[in-house]
Design a protein around this ligand. Sequence first.
Ligand SMILES: Nc1ncnc2c1ncn2[C@@H]1O[C@H](COP(=O)(O)OP(=O)(O)O)[C@@H](O)[C@H]1O
Ligand SMILES: [Mg+2]
Length: 614
Amino acid sequence: MKRIHVLEESVAARIAAGEVVASPAAAVKELAENSLDAGADSITVEIVEGGKELIRVTDNGSGIHEEDMELAVAKHATSKIAVASDLAAVSTLGFRGEALFSLAACSRLTISSRPADSLSGCVLRVNGGGRPNLSFAGLPEGTTVRAESLFYNIPARRKFLKSTAQEAAKVGGVITKMILGNPAVSFKYINNGKIVYQSPGSGKLTDALATVYGSEITQNIVEVNCVHENISVTGLVSQPSFLHKSANNIYFFLNGRPIQSNALKDALLAGYGERILHSHFPLCALTLVMPYEYADVNVHPGKLQVLFYHENDVKDAVKTAVAGALAQSSPPSLGIKAETSYPDSADDRPLEEDTAQHAAGNLPRLNTADRLYRPVRAVGESAGYLMDAMIYPTNIFENTLDAIIEQDIVNNEAEQTELKDVRDLCDFTVIGQVFETYILCECGQALYLIDQHAAHERLNYERMKAALEEGKGTAQQLLLPVVKKFLSHEFSVLGQNESTLLAMGFELEEFGPLCYKFTALPVAVDSAGVHKLIDEIIHELSQDKNDIVLNRDRVIRAACRYSIKAGDRLSDGEIKELMAEIAGMEAIPTCPHGRPVAIAITKTELEKGFKRTV
Ligand SMILES: Nc1ncnc2c1ncn2[C@@H]1O[C@H](COP(=O)(O)OP(=O)(O)O)[C@@H](O)[C@H]1O
Ligand SMILES: [Mg+2]
């Protein structure tokens, strides 16, 4: 073993640098926060190659004095706090004096700055923690920080940077938060020479939101403005009818600082209460203002985590503010009876039909049918997206439903005499169709109910998969091309999966900053739901970006969800055709999302139900 020695300062600096600016996104965050701390109201962020080659942040803030230039890149050098007691009430975004020091240690850094009261400006250059070089230059008021070749001198770190698209997506996420957290500041974000976002800096959160999400968003939001016990909560949340399947669009700001907090997210959802479905999330940009000493932001170098000293008060404030705003803007209930959370055990799950049966006079319950498949969602009466969300179980990709069904089958084995598999359907008699949704069919010793939509989905799934495997999905042209604007991470997800989508029969191309134009869809897809389908695909592809095979499967599943609607009256011929296809199916008799294609009630169970046998 070698003897212990203290690391050379430049080596220690490089190691530490990787902690503060672990990625281009972290560097952009630090630099833009410096600009905000300097009072800038116009900030331009430019990156090249995901920030790996160049990060440049320009502002019109207070600038750095000539005498302070070298200090700015020194360790623990800051103008923002002076003594330990200042830590108790930090009002600026930065205070640790680490960002410029770190960037100086791990990139080729240039800082150009001129304060308003200086006639000329200074340029400071530092390469990889070497000696800073200062020169003078005529400069506009404000500061520009340029960090080139991030981690060029720490190969191990550089190797761990993600792909250009992934790093750019993370930078886009940082800028999104900056824009939403500072509506009075005009941000311009340029990625590889293209303007991605340009916010007006009007001071209105709606304008900031429209910059990121497109102007249509303004029709789907509710204003929140409430003061509760010294804590003010202001901002915008989406209407309960405008939900996302991921919590990625929830933004909280504390005294101007973006923060992450599960406690606040829970409080937000509690504010929505029964208006929101399980596994669905609103869009939210809420700013909390409270006395600085109510929270500690010095928990982590990233300064994203916050410790609230009065967490319950803060949660109450958010919940009350959101609930109040929603109550004013929409009727108290949308008629959704859905549970806001699932009990863990399958047997604890509420059975909607139980209630219905009680109401109808305690009719005995048929065993197998409801055990084979219980609706996970309650039935609501609202329209649009929410309705779709209720028709399909949302936890479909975790296979929990399959597991529950299997478990139930096992649990009931003793009671089930001869439960038939849909694949055994060979010599069947079609009885008819009920509710324009289910096909009734007799086969052997059982009565089958087949969900025609689930069956179509399954068949389309198999067809699309086969087409994709052969690499020739058939396209149907859209009458009107659909142009959609995406968030930067969504945009890069689409880019990465473009070839899969093209092979499936989608036709799409980049169409301006963060926009894609769709001109055709796979032939089996119902074009009426194109917007939702695209959202769904993005959601699926955002789960785990690296697994190509899994991604293909997710896209197909999303696509066939929009195949053919329930509620179509089928002719006898069509029913026969569908049934024959189902009977010929090799795969498991569930739709691609885990809902069963068919349920069976055996003759024995019917007889038990009618008390013909015990
Ligand atoms: N864009 C800027 N405009 C004006 N001053 C700046 C800017 N960026 C950095 N500085 C100055 O450099 C100092 C060091 O910055 P930094 O390393 O980020 O530490 P911190 O922000 O924690 O103080 C800041 O305290 C500030 O005085
Ligand atoms: Mg800083």
